[in-house]
Design a protein around this ligand. Structure first.
Ligand SMILES: NC(=O)c1ccc[n+]([C@@H]2O[C@H](COP(=O)([O-])OP(=O)(O)OC[C@H]3O[C@@H](n4cnc5c(N)ncnc54)[C@H](O)[C@@H]3O)[C@@H](O)[C@H]2O)c1
Length: 246
């Protein structure tokens, strides 16, 4: 699925799924704007893409901030002249039971996971409308179904579904496809660092028909398809990538 000449912004691409997606799209010819709040990680993604003769630039902005998202989109436009693909991947967890959850724990997760995606769509879509072409993929999660200890995270990922559906309805007429992917447990650095990693994996495997944890490349495969023209008649969908687990 060739992406030669396409310009792709990937938020939170300094790690995990975002980095795997950035590598995949770059390998297939896309020019990548790597976004992250952590400069060292983002620059490493850029360096690795360049070392394989790909094109990439780093933008250190906080997408939960209106101006941060605006700066990111401007940098993409200024550097590569257009924006074809936006992958809203940046996300965090702050897991705890509601009895322990404070206002800041709720606000921070919603601000990055949900408002951040809105902010980037807000500023990227005018460019896509103008060129009558765009592909937006938002990272939801299987957690949109609800998980104990994840009221903030689950709500943000359920919100991503509403955002995706609304955007697909508003922007379909401009040839902009907006879809979401909802991964189950994927082996990223963040997941491997979980305090109860072994226990969580064991529990997940019991109820996962494919009997393995997902790899970042599994998600990159799906996102690659959704940003390619092989998916040009698909919009407003939420595609689960969970090894069959619900
Ligand atoms: N790994 C999983 O099992 C899994 C499952 C379902 C959904 N997801 C979703 O996939 C996405 C990526 O997950 P991951 O496991 O790769 O996470 P990760 O923690 O490895 O990477 C997230 C990246 O986002 C960056 N980031 C955080 N706040 C930011 C901000 N305000 N602006 C810009 N960048 C910011 C971080 O610095 C980090 O590099 C998230 O949205 C997550 O909710 C992950």
């Amino acid at each position: 699925m060739d992406l030669t000449g396409r310009v792709a912004i990937i938020t939170g691409a300094g790690s995990g799924l975002g980095r795997a997606i950035a590598y995949r799209l770059a390998e297939n010819g896309a020019k990548i704007v790597v976004n992250d709040v952590v400069a060292e990680q983002g620059n490493l993604t850029v360096d690795n893409i360049k070392s394989k003769k790909g094109e990439a630039v780093f933008s250190q902005t906080d997408i939960s901030k209106w101006d941060g998202a605006k700066d990111l989109i401007k940098k993409a436009k200024d550097t590569f002249g257009k924006i074809d693909i936006l992958v809203n991947n940046a996300g965090i967890t702050r897991d705890m039971l509601v009895k322990d959850m404070q206002e800041e724990d709720w606000d921070k997760v919603l601000a990055i996971n949900l408002k951040g995606a809105f902010n980037c769509c807000k500023f990227a879509t005018p460019h896509m409308v103008e060129q009558k072409y765009g592909k937006i993929v938002n990272l939801s999660s299987r957690a949109h179904l609800g998980n104990p200890g994840q009221a903030n995270y689950s709500a943000s990922k359920a919100g991503i579904i509403g955002l995706t559906r609304s955007l697909s309805l508003e922007f379909g007429r401009y040839n902009i496809n907006v879809n979401a992917v909802a991964p189950g447990m994927i082996n990223t650095e963040g997941v491997k660092a979980l305090k109860k990693y072994e226990m969580v994996v064991e529990r997940a495997l019991k109820i996962t028909p494919l009997k393995r944890i997902g790899e970042p490349e599994d998600v990159a495969n799906l996102v690659h398809f959704l940003v390619s023209d092989y998916s040009s008649y698909i919009t407003g969908e939420i595609i689960h990538i969970t090894g069959g687990r619900y």
